[in-house]
Design a protein around this ligand. Sequence first.
Ligand SMILES: O=c1ccn([C@@H]2O[C@H](COP(=O)(O)O)[C@@H](O)[C@H]2O)c(=O)[nH]1
Length: 234
Amino acid sequence: MKRKTGLIAALDTQDASTAQTWAQAVAPSAGAVKLGLEFAYAAGFPAIADVAGATPLFLDLKLHDIPNTVAAAIRSLSSLRPRMLTLHASGGLAMMEAARRACDEAFPEGARPALLAVTVLTSLDDEALAETGVMDGARAQVLRLGKLAMRAGIDGLVCSAHELAPLRDALGDAPLLVTPGIRPAGSQAGDQKRIMTPREASQAGADWIVVGRPITQAADPAAAAAAIAAELAA
Ligand SMILES: O=c1ccn([C@@H]2O[C@H](COP(=O)(O)O)[C@@H](O)[C@H]2O)c(=O)[nH]1
C-alpha cells in the first residue's frame, strides 16, 4: 500500500512577520512548519512559538554536542512543545541515548516529540562527503548512522529520498523517514545535491518531505505549497 506522505514547509527567514505570513499561506497544505537555525538565532524562542501557533512544529535545531549538553538543551527547549526535533546522528550513540532520555523526562506523557537523527546532509554528494573522511559514499554512511540511531531509541531519520529504499529494506516500516532536498520539476536545486521531486520521494517511501525555497521564494507561496500537496496526493 502506498505510504501517505505529508508536507513540511521550511520557513527559513530571520523575520518573524515574514515567517508568520508564510505560515498562514501554507497552512491549508502543510502538515507541519519547520523553523530552524536561521529563525531561532534571529527571532528567538518566543517567536518560534508564535509562528507555529496551532500548526505542528518541526524544530530543526540539529543538536550536536556532548551528551550532557544536548540533554540540557532539550530540557531548555521543552516549553516549545515541538512535534519533531532534530539532532545529528554523527554526535554518536551516547549523545543520542542521552537525548532520548532527556525527552522522556522533559515532556509530559503523550507530548514527547519525535526525535529525528540527521544522517548525511542533503547538500553533500559523495565527493563532498569524501572530503570529510567518509570514503564509501552517502548511502553507506546513511545506513550506518541510521542503524546507530535506531540502537539509541531515536524515532526517525532525516535523509535524502535516494536512501529511502535501502533504509526501508534495512530498518523496516517503523522509523519515521523525513526527506529534505525536494525539488518540484523545473525548480532550482540551489545548494542541494541529493534531490528528488515530491512525487518521486513519496513513491520511494517518505513519511514527510521538507520543502523550503520552492515555496517561500515562489511568487505565490500558498499556490506553490498547494501544488506540492496535490502532487503528493495524486
Ligand atoms: O539534510 C538536510 C537537513 C535539513 N535540511 C533543511 O531542510 C530545509 C530545506 O530547504 P530548501 O530551501 O527546500 O532547500 C532547510 O531548512 C534545511 O536546513 C536540509 O536541507 N537537508
